[in-house]
Write a protein that binds this ligand. Sequence first.
Ligand SMILES: *Cc1c(COP(=O)(O)O)cnc(C)c1O
Length: 358
Amino acid sequence: MIKILDLARPDILSLQPYQHAAWEPSLERMHANEMPWRASGDSSGAGLNRYPEPQPAELLVHLAQIYGVSPENVLAGRGSDEGIDLLVRAFCRAERDSILICPPTFGMYKVSARIQGAAVLEVPLVKAQGFAFDVENVSRIWREGVKLIFVCSPNNPTGNLVPRELIERLCRDFTDRALIVVDEAYIEFAQAPSVASLLPKYSNLVVLRTLSKAYALAGSRCGALLAHADIVSLLARVITPYALPASTVEAVLSLTDDAHRAEVEDRIATILRERARLQTELSAIPLIRRVWPSAANFLLVESLDADRVLRAAAAVGLIIRDPRSQPGLANCLRISVGSPEQNDRLIRGIAQSTGAAA
Ligand SMILES: *Cc1c(COP(=O)(O)O)cnc(C)c1O
């Protein structure tokens, strides 16, 4: 067992997991109290009358290939949100342990910690340096019991990538002391390699990937947690036994084959072009004070009047995100890069609202 597992909750380490019905596809199933017939009209591959395979082998092989790791390093779950939740539940003792986050960032880290009764330490990103990750302050603030350090890269909602060297430094500095959880939900838009290739080097590194963003499969709820095989095994004991619906597994396997992956590459290229265009055109609108550079499929903009921008977007039938409750984001809005037509409409809507006020 790797040393980093000493950080896990002792009761989870000794947990006797639920014994689900054995997966023996060569035998006919009379061991799981399922009905022997499909519901009429069920045209699924496996039959929805059957419980799905827990951690389906074919899916793990497939995800491992997409993400460039071994299948033993993959835990498949219902989006990366489930990975976040499993990590917090398996590593943080309620009322005793904590996580560390760097706001403004993705909201689920804090929510999962709160639900588990874990404390949340915050080391803000440095806005004056383009929301840079403050590794010195992370080291200064860390104390025993801080089990998980979340690094969102590219960060939601600021859009910046955290440098690979910095992530390596965190992995080294916190060897056997904390897991470095790198959330790469948007890495496909960053034109930078995933840090998953560092997994063989650092047993305290965890990488979260998702099919919700670049792969256009948010509704299927499928994500992958990539980590040392011992961490994957531990979390596989905590995840609900039949976490992934059969329909999700079938959809993911068929919608992420080679042809779809080529389509994903084309669409990413379009999003990057549109991101650059939105960046330029929004920057030229007087109501927009600044557009932050982005390595993701969204832009963080600072406006002279965020309420007016929200109204202007709604007036042309679009909703954009209002993240102003987060520290450091006064007057800011987050805009997902849409289709060329949607982006045109948004730009026109905001530009005209400026005109109307002049
Ligand atoms: C969207 C998002 C996710 C969510 O992913 P699911 O796989 O859909 O659960 C995770 N992390 C960040 C930073 C996100 O923005």
